[in-house]
Design a protein around this ligand. Structure first.
Ligand code: GLN
Length: 499
């Protein structure tokens, strides 16, 4: 096995036991990015020198016999909406094109304190608004498993980096599916924790009542290790819960699913989604039964009918108020005007992309007198109805299996020809976000055309550790995703198709 193919756990163990050095691993991952980045376009800023310096320091500390953190020497990328001190943080927007934060997001500090080696910042849809990583100042990221397709979004650069073997872990943010859906499209594991598990301090907000820092990796174990590093109280973020978190890495030792009740979503006709993804649900239900779980069908009528509309009303209203801070004075780009108002208009019109402008205008409208009473107010009530719908089901089930996406990865350019499909594609991820629940995209391997298949596991709020446990039992049957070779579509043989 090559060094870039190892999981974060294998990497950290190998470095600590001096089988290989942090420098060797960092160089292997940088070489991988160097080889494929021309085609994949996942990285906005590569911090190779800083990464090599951190790796050297980890090797020196190990040589001196000092104790090092659980991710010592493990390379990782962060989506370019995490503040990184002294390293450009663009949010993929012209408005922050040359912005240098003066502090690190808490999540970045936690990763660095655990010894992880920051490699750079990855591409995203501008301000995390999108599902394809096509709305970007550096242009679209391509899916490493098929360069003609999108990697999903908005954390498409992070998902592509992990799939292509640039690093075993990447950080993204998930507001309405932005980690789970790209994980699904790129064929890797990705977890959105319960709202309030991980600090949002230093994340450039899209929608504060939904945003959550979320790890991507190629194994469930690496998700658990990342959660152990990331999920903790933070006095800088009052929405980050103050309680002590469980040991996520102990939870994944669950031997089987005996005693668990698992709901399988059956509220969709097989014709309403891609047949193979529908089949993936049924296969997973079978694996759950084989592992000892009681499996029963379940439905989410309110979430399915109203989820997308409720999400877009809530998220856009949130976004319009959060993005008001980009006024041409306090942060980033500035264009002159004759009056203060003209300066705002000139800066914001020229420096926000089309999708972001559309969402700010709609969100502003939704918060004005009249629209507020007719749309925003009712959306908050429907959001509560969705929470109640999930709560009622959790009286009967420990977890649910849903699709992550109703379709396989879109072809590049579909956002121009069929934009509504992108919004509707969020149908299975946004209800989970609105209810603040944890969700994991669990990869099941590739179909005959080399495209990834997966399912979404959803747990009760704050039961993130238990959900990781269930995911790890299923991963033992389904197998762990392999690193993709961008440019080579892996045609699977009959018999070795998705498990
Ligand atoms: N696709 C969704 C949107 O465009 C989700 C994005 C996200 O989670 N950041 O809003």
């Amino acid at each position: 096995m090559e060094l870039y193919e190892l999981s974060a756990k294998e990497t950290a163990d190998g470095i600590r036991s001096k089988k290989f050095s942090a420098i060797e691993v960092t160089e292997a991952c940088l070489a991988r990015a160097d080889k494929f980045e021309g085609n994949v376009n996942a990285i906005i800023t590569l911090t190779a020198d800083a990464a090599l310096a951190s790796a050297r320091e980890i090797d020196a500390r190990i040589a001196r016999g000092e104790s090092v953190g659980p991710l010592a020497g493990v390379p990782y990328f962060a989506k370019d909406n995490f503040c990184t001190k002294g390293t450009r943080t663009t949010c993929s927007s012209k408005i922050l094109e040359n912005w240098l934060p003066t502090y690190n997001a808490s999540a970045i500090n936690y990763m660095n304190d655990a010894g992880a080696v920051m490699m750079g910042k990855t591409n995203l849809d501008e301000f995390a608004m999108g599902s394809s990583t096509e709305n970007s100042i550096i242009g679209p990221t391509k899916n490493p498993r098929d360069l003609g397709r999108v990697p999903g979004g908005s954390s498409g650069g992070s998902a592509a980096s992990v799939a292509a073997g640039y690093a075993p872990i990447a950080l993204g943010t998930d507001t309405g599916g932005s980690v789970r859906q790209p994980a699904c499209f790129c064929g890797v594991q990705g977890m959105k924790p319960s709202y309030g598990q991980v600090s949002r301090y230093g994340i450039l907000a899209y929608a504060s009542s939904l945003d959550q820092v979320s790890p991507l990796a190629r194994t469930v174990e690496d998700l658990a290790i990342s959660m152990e590093v990331l999920a903790r109280p933070d006095p800088h973020d009052t929405t980050c819960d103050a309680y002590d978190r469980p040991r996520f890495t102990e939870a994944i030792e669950l031997p089987d699913l005996k005693g668990k009740k698992i709901g399988v979503f059956e509220g969709f006709e097989s014709s309403q989604m891609d047949a193979e993804l529908y089949g993936a649900l049924q296969k997973t239900a079978g694996h759950c039964r084989d592992a000892g779980a009681v499996v029963e069908p379940m439905d989410l009528p309110i979430a399915v009918k109203y989820g997308v509309a409720t999400y877009y009303v809530t998220a856009l209203a949130d976004a319009s108020s959060k993005l008001a801070c980009y006024d041409g004075m306090r942060y980033g780009s500035h264009l002159d005007g004759q009056t203060l108002n003209e300066m705002y208009v000139n800066t914001r019109t020229a420096c926000f992309g089309e999708e972001v402008r559309r969402r700010i205008i709609l969100g502003t409208c939704l918060l004005t007198e009249g629209f507020y009473q007719n749309y925003y107010g009712p959306a908050l009530k429907v959001r509560q109805r969705m929470v109640d719908e999930f709560d009622e089901l959790f009286g009967r089930f420990d977890a649910y299996i849903l699709p992550t996406s109703p379709s396989l990865p879109y072809r590049i350019g579909m956002k121009e020809t069929d934009p509504n499909r992108l919004y509707l594609g969020d149908i299975f991820t946004v209800p989970i976000s609105l209810a603040g629940l944890p969700g994991i995209n669990l990869s099941m391997g590739l179909n005959a055309d080399g495209l990834p298949l997966s399912v979404q596991l959803v747990g009760q709020r704050y039961f993130d550790a238990e959900l990781l446990g269930i995911a790890s039992v299923l991963e033992r049957v389904m197998g762990k995703p392999r690193v993709a070779t961008p440019g080579v579509v892996e045609k699977t043989q009959k018999g070795e198709e998705a498990k």
